[in-house]
Design a protein around this ligand. Structure first.
Ligand code: FES
Ligand code: FE2
Length: 387
C-alpha cells in the first residue's frame, strides 16, 4: 500500500476510535442471509461447477516449484490439475490426463519429472511444457502430433508469489488476471510479496460449508469474544476498516499498538506495524498480511458441509537456523490458535444449520463484507460476475 494511503488509513482508524466512543461507528443496517445456502446440495453443486472452475483459483505458492520438472497435483476443484515448472522456468497448469485414452498421468501428489512425463498405459510422453514428445509405435496413429495431442493447458499465472489457475479448460482466455486483481494490487503495492518462501503447510478437512470459513474472515466484530484467550487482547475491540472494493474484500484490523503511533509524525507511520491487513481474493483465498510475513488459507468445498482448507505461510527467506525456524513456528502457532477458534465457530454454525436451515442469519453493519461476498457468489452463479 502506498505510503499516503497508509497514512490516510491510520488517520481513519483514529477517527473511527472517536466515532466508536460516541457510538457513531455504524449505520445500523442489518441484513438477512438464508441459512439454506450453507446446506443445499444443489447450490453447492452449482458453486463447484461455476465458482471453483471458471474463476482464477489460488492453487499454491510459486516457490513450491523450485526446479524445472518440479510439479504438484491439485484435484480439489474437481478438475484433475497438474502444475509443473518447465525447462524454460515457466509454471504451467495442465489437465493431468493423457491425450491417448485419458489415463491419469502423474499419481504422486508432488514430485519431480526428470525429462518427460510418461503415460503408464502405452508410454506416450510429454515434456515439462506439455508438448507431446513420443508415441509408442507411431505408425498406428495418423494425424497425432504435438499440435493436435499435447496436454490440455489451463490458463495460469504467477502473481503475488502465488499460482492462479482457471480450472475449466473451456474458460481459457476469459480473464485478464491483472485486471481481475487490480483491487488486490492497490493493497499489496509496496509490500514485499513476490519472492517469498513458503513454509509450514497445513491441510485439513473441516465440517462446515466453505462460505462460512470465508465469512469468518470478513469481520472483526467477533475478535474480543471468540478470540478472548488468544489474539483478541492485542486488537482494538470491534474496530475494522473495510476498504471499498467490488470483488476482493480487504479489511484493516488495527492493533492496540497502533494507537501509540499518534505520538509520532505521520511520515513514520507504518500500517503493517500497527494492524493486520486481511485480503480476501474471490472466491476462497484469504491472505493475512502480518508485519513481516503472510499467511495464506485456501478453502475448497468437498460437499455442502465439508471443506478442505490448505494453507501456507510466506516468509521472506528460507529459515536456516533453529532460531529462525522457532520464530516462524511461533508465529504460525499464534495464527493457528486464532484460526482454529474461527473454524470452530463455523463448525458450530454448520451444526445448527444441518439440523435446521429454514431460517436466516442476521448480519449487522459491522459485517457488511460478508454480505457483499455472499452476493458475489450469487452473481457468479447467475453468470453476472466477470463472464
Ligand atoms: S492412455 Fe496414455 S498412452 Fe495410452
Ligand atoms: Fe477470527
Amino acid at each position: 500500500m502506498k505510503k499516503e494511503q497508509q497514512i490516510e488509513t491510520i488517520k481513519s482508524v483514529f477517527s473511527a476510535i472517536e466515532k466508536q466512543k460516541n457510538k457513531e461507528d455504524a449505520d445500523g443496517i442489518t441484513y438477512q442471509i438464508d441459512a439454506e445456502r450453507y446446506t443445499s446440495k444443489e447450490r453447492l453443486a452449482k458453486e463447484k461447477e461455476v465458482v471453483f472452475k471458471k474463476y482464477p483459483i489460488v492453487l499454491g505458492a510459486a516457490a513450491q516449484l523450485k526446479n524445472a520438472g518440479d510439479y504438484f497435483l491439485h484435484d480439489l476443484t474437481g478438475i484433475p490439475i497438474m502444475v509443473i515448472k518447465g525447462k524454460d522456468g515457466e509454471i504451467r497448469a495442465f489437465l493431468n490426463m493423457c491425450r491417448h485414452r485419458g489415463v491419469r498421468l502423474l499419481e504422486e501428489e508432488e514430485g519431480h519429472v526428470k525429462r518427460n512425463i510418461v503415460c503408464p498405459y502405452h508410454a506416450w510422453s510429454y515434456d515439462t511444457a506439455g508438448c507431446l514428445k513420443g508415441v509408442f509405435h507411431p505408425q498406428g496413429f495418423d494425424g497425432v502430433n504435438a499440435d493436435t495431442h499435447s496436454l490440455i493447458e489451463l490458463d495460469s499465472w504467477v502473481r503475488l508469489g502465488m499460482i492462479f489457475v482457471v480450472p475449466d479448460p473451456k474458460s481459457k482466455g476469459k480473464f485478464d488476471i491483472d485486471e481481475w486483481l487490480q483491487e488486490v494490487y492497490a493493497i499489496t503495492e509496496g509490500f514485499e510479496f513476490g519472492d517469498m518462501h513458503p513454509y509450514h503447510y497445513t491441510t485439513g478437512n473441516l465440517a462446515c460449508n466453505w462460505k462460512l470459513l470465508v465469512d469468518g474472515g470478513l469481520e472483526g466484530y467477533h475478535f474480543k469474544i471468540a478470540h478472548a484467550k488468544t489474539i483478541g487482547p492485542y486488537f482494538l475491540d470491534n474496530m475494522s476498516l473495510n476498504v471499498e472494493n467490488r470483488l476482493h474484500s480487504s479489511i484493516i484490523f488495527p492493533k492496540r499498538a497502533l494507537k501509540k503511533m499518534e505520538d509520532a509524525p505521520p511520515v513514520e507511520w507504518e500500517l503493517r506495524k500497527g494492524a493486520n491487513i486481511l485480503l480476501h481474493i474471490f472466491p476462497s483465498t484469504i491472505i493475512l498480511i502480518e508485519p513481516d510475513h503472510l499467511m495464506v488459507v485456501c478453502s475448497f468445498p468437498i460437499d455442502e458441509k465439508t471443506t478442505q482448507s490448505k494453507s501456507f505461510m510466506l516468509v521472506p527467506s528460507e529459515p536456516t537456523t533453529e532460531k529462525e525456524k522457532k520464530y516462524w513456528d511461533l508465529n504460525a502457532n499464534i495464527f493457528w490458535n486464532a484460526i482454529n477458534e474461527d473454524n470452530e465457530m463455523a463448525i458450530l454454525q454448520q451444526q445448527s444449520f444441518n439440523g435446521y436451515s429454514d431460517t436466516t442469519m442476521t448480519v449487522g453493519s459491522y459485517e457488511k463484507l460478508l454480505v457483499q461476498f455472499e452476493y458475489l457468489v450469487d452473481a457468479a452463479l447467475e453468470g453476472k460476475l466477470w463472464q
